[in-house]
Write a protein that binds this ligand. Structure first.
Ligand SMILES: NC(=O)c1ccc[n+]([C@@H]2O[C@H](COP(=O)([O-])OP(=O)(O)OC[C@H]3O[C@@H](n4cnc5c(N)ncnc54)[C@H](O)[C@@H]3O)[C@@H](O)[C@H]2O)c1
Length: 363
């Protein structure tokens, strides 16, 4: 990854991010701000006062807009007013368990929200590039032991996975109908890609029913005991900056008019990072030097097992590779929570230091 090239591309650009108050959107915003971009954000308010968006003071560093992505009028008015060069669409209801409690809310936010973004893009005419963030859960899970490729069939057992698979299809349909690479610079000026990443971890996520936030709540706010439902469940863990770097490369290449990049992309870690929930927990507790874990099984909800991504396409055609090993990823994550727990005012400095370490320090 050529960070200088990325920074040169984004410097001075207007970048619109939906979901900028969320975990991934905040990290993406801070990386872009560091590169000299103007960030325009559309989201709901942050969920907790400990979210990375709040503790890094991000609101004062971006053009901040709070409204529902399902409000098409507001969305399209903002697109017209801001005329962004690049759009990253992350706003979503992103939690599997929540999707069982609020399936309709999940479907409307994730599917209609994505259709609204695509429609606002269509009406804008001027936006060069758009990256639509979906997930590894868009794939129909066949319980294969080998990796899923971009052209494998989509599906979704739980409402979250189904809604993101549907969002992916919405983006694909708009791409084929209105933003095809063949008609680029003839009938339209926009290239679109979807990005599918796995279980993303890193500092500042306090979402419910996610492993790392659950560990941090137990350690820093609870009795120090982390309760696991399914410790053998294996996932492809990656640091949030790995997926952010993939999104940035896509946004740049599309913005440069690289028609071959229009399409679907997986961003997942190398195979050594496919480790179990139990291993993630024990390594994290070791790095924190705090807490213990206990097992309480719950088989009543379906959660897909063992889905791993094949990232050959991103490696070969984008030159994107995951950079941090699983131990580095867990160490950086633990470090973020430990330092900011001791001194909340250090959150921006710690986040920027980790961004610096990821993007600018050569190995
Ligand atoms: N975190 C992960 O492990 C992971 C993995 C794969 C894919 N993703 C995808 O990445 C994206 C970001 O996920 P995250 O982990 O940062 O989630 P998050 O919950 O931290 O952030 C979600 C963001 O979407 C916004 N949002 C939600 N509903 C909205 C609405 N109706 N209108 C406007 N904004 C709304 C929220 O305000 C927030 O800014 C999502 O699309 C998610 O599906 C996340």
């Amino acid at each position: 990854m050529d960070t200088t090239k990325l920074a040169n591309f984004y410097h001075g650009k207007t970048v619109l991010i939906t979901g900028h108050t969320g975990f991934k959107g905040s990290w993406l915003s801070l990386v872009l701000i560091g590169m000299g971009a103007k960030v325009v954000g559309i989201s709901l308010p942050p969920k907790t006062s400990k979210d990375i968006f709040v503790v890094t003071g991000l609101e004062s560093q971006v053009s901040h807009h709070e409204f529902d992505i399902r409000d098409f009028e507001q969305l399209s008015t903002l697109f017209s007013a801001e005329k962004p060069d690049v759009v990253f669409h992350l706003a979503a209801q992103p939690l599997v368990r929540q999707s069982y409690l609020e399936p309709l809310e999940t479907f409307t936010t994730n599917v209609t929200g994505t259709a609204n973004v695509m429609e606002a893009l269509r009406l804008s005419h001027s936006i060069g590039s758009a990256v639509i963030i979906t997930t590894d859960k868009v794939y129909e899970n066949r319980e294969w032991i080998y990796g899923y490729r971009e052209n494998d069939s989509l599906g979704g057992h739980d409402p979250y996975s189904g809604s993101k698979a549907a969002a992916d299809i919405v983006a694909d349909s708009y791409r084929k109908s209105f933003f095809s690479p063949e008609k680029y610079n003839e009938t339209h000026n926009t290239l679109v890609a979807t990005a599918r990443a796995g279980n993303v971890i890193g500092g500042g996520d306090w979402s419910q029913n996610r492993l790392v936030p659950d560990i941090m709540r137990a350690v820093f706010e609870g009795d120090g005991i982390v309760t696991l439902r399914n410790p053998e469940s294996t996932r492809p863990w990656e640091h949030v900056l790995e997926s952010v770097s993939g999104y940035l490369i896509l946004g740049m290449r599309l913005g440069e008019g690289d028609k071959g990049v229009s399409g679907n992309w997986n961003f997942g870690p190398s195979s050594e990072a496919f480790i179990s929930v139990g291993e993630v927990t024990s390594k994290t507790l070791n790095f924190l030097d705090k807490g213990t874990m206990k097992i309480e099984r719950d088989d009543t909800k379906h959660e897909a097992n063992e889905l791993v991504l094949d990232v050959t396409k991103a490696n070969r055609l984008l030159g994107w590779y995951s950079k941090w090993s699983i131990d580095e990823t867990l160490l950086k994550t633990a470090e973020w929570y430990r330092i900011t727990n001791d001194d909340p005012s250090s959150a921006l400095a710690v986040t920027n230091r980790q961004i610096e370490e990821y993007f600018y320090f050569q190995k």
